[in-house]
Design a protein around this ligand. Structure first.
Ligand code: SAH
Length: 256
């Protein structure tokens, strides 16, 4: 069933007015008719089945039919810290990792970041990234829209490490620790109880990779440097791969 996100304020009532892109999607793309049902989520704590009560080309008025349980979110809360890649690769990272189950994104600048940071374009770009996260979350039946932070400096990224239960620094030159060796004991230790949650930050470099110095600094700030097997992945592939591995290991990909 089609689903849409509205703000918690909109969701406060049993009747919700939907405008903008979502209203257009319901009326034009889905060719909605009175009585058609869809799911609305406030992206935080409420989700329910609604039906169309009234509409015109620009707005849809929906009434609540029944509350639904929110149970599509992973217990392992993975954040992807991605050194800004070239072109529209960050959009790919956000879209794919949202589908897989990342809970937030932290773009950052590192020594070999190639893109020029343009503060003027920043607002528009951030808006676009957040829209991509929202649409991917709807498509993937997520209950939450992953947060997308403003690009941060390397220094601020290191300072943020403390906020996570574990930080894995994906380092293409790592010859010791493999992601799985670190993941297995971590997941077993932190996700013992059925309702327990844990947070993990995956740090991924740009096209040119990380420098040795950056790796040392990350380790000093509390990260564990890990390799993702014996092949080198492109920067936009590394995060989604590590994320899928982490969620598989924590039993989030079914079959456990
Ligand atoms: N240009 C570099 C590769 C950079 S890959 C080179 O040729 O060596 C871009 C980023 O993806 C890396 O900084 C790292 O964060 C991640 N990555 C890719 N393959 C990896 C691997 N096998 N192990 C760990 N991290 C990897």
């Amino acid at each position: 069933m089609q689903r849409y996100f509205v703000t918690p304020a909109q969701f406060a009532e049993d009747r919700v007015e939907i405008t903008g892109d979502d209203a257009r999607h319901i009326t034009k793309v889905m060719r909605g008719r009175l009585g058609d049902k869809f799911i609305l989520s406030d992206g935080v704590s409420r989700e329910a089945l609604f039906k169309i009560d009234d509409m015109d080309g620009h707005r849809v008025l929906a009434v609540l039919l029944e509350p639904l349980e929110m149970n599509h979110e992973p217990r392992l809360q993975v954040t992807i810290a991605q050194s800004l890649p070239k072109g529209d690769k960050m959009e790919t990272v956000i879209q794919k990792c949202t589908e897989i189950g990342a809970v937030s994104f932290v773009p950052f600048l590192s020594e070999r970041t190639i893109v020029q940071y343009d503060a003027k374009k920043e607002v528009k770009r951030l808006e676009r990234w957040r829209k991509i996260a929202k649409e991917a979350a709807e498509q993937a039946h997520r209950n939450r829209i992953p947060a997308v932070d403003q690009p941060m400096s390397w220094k601020n990224l290191l300072a943020a490490f403390d906020g996570y239960d574990a930080v894995y620094f994906c380092y293409e030159k790592e010859s010791g620790a493999q992601l799985r060796d670190k993941l297995k004991p971590f997941v077993e230790a932190v996700l013992q109880a059925d309702d327990s949650k844990a947070s993990l930050l995956l740090v991924v470099g740009p096209e040119g990779g990380f420098t040795e110095q950056e790796c040392r600094a990350a380790e000093q700030a509390g990260a564990v440097s890990v390799a993702l097997g014996r092949r080198i992945l492109r920067c936009e592939t590394a995060g989604m791969t590590a994320l899928a591995c982490a969620l598989y290991e924590s039993g989030e990909m079914g079959g456990v």
